[in-house]
Design a protein around this ligand. Structure first.
Ligand SMILES: [Zn+2]
Length: 201
């Protein structure tokens, strides 16, 4: 009986989550989540449901994803809670040129002087603040601040800093420049490969 009840609760929860409005979903995008170590020099610095990753090297930090325009203070807090300096971000990467993954870029680039590397098909989208997006371009609610891209990436390109080597993979998704990042990490002297992102929401 107890098992059945739990099962029923599970179904109800699934149904409720299915009908929650977008704004309810976004609450979890801005809700803080404790930063944590993943493996080697890779850390999680995102919110409850919007991922951001930090690669900490002796020559500075690589940040993957700036998220919403309201996210930079949260990301900064997460970076500092791990004992790193926000100003040490040297390279900013994203998983795709949509406002939930790159709207915070303008602020982070301005505050840290980091270089911005973006997959080629997303360069125009990102530099136009989302206005040239083939799908969302006419939707003002999806626009974000203009940014300048320092390096346009192609599939298979590598990003290197302080011994860290990240590889950019152009990935099928709901925009044209979705990027999966992979890198090798060593944890407890055992090499492992970590993928930073699959298809984001
Ligand atoms: Zn998207």
């Amino acid at each position: 009986m107890r098992k059945r009840l739990l099962h029923l609760l599970g179904i109800l929860t699934a149904l409720l989550v299915g009908v929650l409005p977008a704004c309810a979903q976004e609450a979890s995008w801005t809700a803080p989540f404790p930063a944590f170590h993943i493996a080697g020099d890779l850390y999680y610095v995102g919110s409850q449901e919007l991922a951001a990753y930090l690669v900490a090297t002796p020559d500075g930090l690589i940040l993957i994803n700036s998220n919403l325009d309201s996210s930079p203070p949260l990301i900064r807090k997460s970076i500092e809670s791990l004992g790193f300096k926000y100003a040490d971000i040297k390279i900013l990467l994203i998983s795709q040129g949509h406002n939930d993954h790159c709207a915070g870029s303008a602020q982070i680039l301005h505050e840290t002087g980091a270089k911005y590397y973006v997959m080629k098909p997303d360069v125009d989208v990102v530099q136009s603040g989302g206005r040239t997006d083939f799908h969302y371009g006419r939707d003002e609610s999806m626009w974000f601040d203009f940014t300048k891209v320092d390096r346009a990436l192609s599939d298979g390109d590598q990003v290197k800093l302080g011994g860290a080597v990240l590889t950019a993979h152009l990935t099928a998704g709901h925009n044209k420049g979705t990027t999966t990042w992979t890198m090798d990490e060593v944890e407890n002297a055992a090499p492992c490969t970590r993928s930073s992102s699959a298809e984001p929401p």
